[in-house]
Design a protein around this ligand. Sequence first.
Ligand SMILES: *Cc1c(COP(=O)(O)O)cnc(C)c1O
Length: 349
Amino acid sequence: MSTGRLTIDLDAVAANWRALDAKSDQDVQTAAVVKADAYGLGVGKVGRALAAAGARRFFVAVAEEGAALREALGPGPEISVFAGHMSGDTDMIHDLGLVPMLNSVEQLTLHFEALPGHPFGVQLDTGMNRLGMEPNEWAALRDLVLAQNPRLIMSHLACSDEPTHLMNRQQLETFHEMTEGVDVPRSLAATGGILMGPDYHFDLTRPGIGLYGGLPFDKAEPVVSLDVPVIQIRDLAAGESVGYSNSWIAEHPARVATVSGGYADGISRSLSNHAVLFHMDTPCPILGRVSMDLITVDISHLDETPKTLTLVGKHQSPDDLADAAGTIGYEVLTQLGARYARYYARGRG
Ligand SMILES: *Cc1c(COP(=O)(O)O)cnc(C)c1O
C-alpha cells in the first residue's frame, strides 16, 4: 500500500447534519450542500448518508454535479443548482429533475422558454455581488417570476464566518426588503448563518462545511482523517540537505522519513518547512519542500520507526492544516486528491 489512506466517517457527517438541523426550529427545513463532490469527500456515499439522516433537499454548484448525486439518491430528494440554468444545461435539468436557482434575466428567459412549468428557484444578490438578481432587476421582474411559482427564493451571506460583521445585518435587511410579502419559502443561511440564530433561518438552511467537520461549526464532529505511508527512512549527518532547492539543512545528525503524498494530493506546497505530521501523539515536522508526490519528515525524536504518519486526525483538523498553509478548511478538504485510498467508516453503526 503506497498511497495515503483517507478515512471519512459517515456517521459523523450524519451527526453533524442532525446537530445543525437541531439549531433551527422544527418547521425550518435543513438541506445539505454537496457541491464539489461533497467538498471532496465523495458525493455518492456522503449523499446517501445524509439522506439516511433525514436530508430531503440537496444543493450542488453546477448541473453536471447533479448526475452522480441523482444516481446515488434515486428520484425522491430535490436537487437544486446554485449556478442556475446555463445554456447547455436544459437536458440535464430536465432528465435529472434538477431545480435551477435562476440568477439573472437571461436565465429566467432561458428557463421559461426551454422548460416551461419545470420547477425553479430564484437567487437574489443582497450585497455579495457574486450570483443572483440585484434589487432593481428583481423589483422589475418580481411579479412575473412569482406568477411562475418558484420553489425557493435564496440569497447568500458574504461574512457569516464573522458573526459580528455589520454586513450580516445589512444583507438580512436587504433580503427582507426584497422578499417582503412574498409567499414563497426563503433561504439565507449556510453553516455560518445557522449559527447566527433564528433571524437568519427563514424556511430553509443550507449547511455545507459544518457537515464535513469544518469551521465555523466549532462543535462539529471530525469527519476526515488522513494517514500517509512511510516509503523510506534515512539517517543524515550534520550539513546534509533535504529535498528540492536544499531548503532544509541538518544542523545535527537527523533521521528523516520520506512519506507518500505531496501537492498533487492536495498537501499544499506552502506547508514546506512549516507544518507537522503526527506519529500517535508526537508531532513530526516537515523538512524541506513538499514535492509533487513526497514529503520528508523529521522523525529523529521518535523511539520507533513509524509505518505511517498522520496528517489529518485528532491532533490536526483540516482547519489547523489550513492555518498552517495560509488558507481555509474548505480549500484543504476540496483539494484532497483522487489518489488516496478512501475508506468510508460507519464509526457508530
Ligand atoms: C457553498 C454554499 C453554501 C454552503 O456554505 P457553507 O459555508 O459550506 O456551509 C450555501 N449556499 C451557497 C450559495 C453556497 O455557495
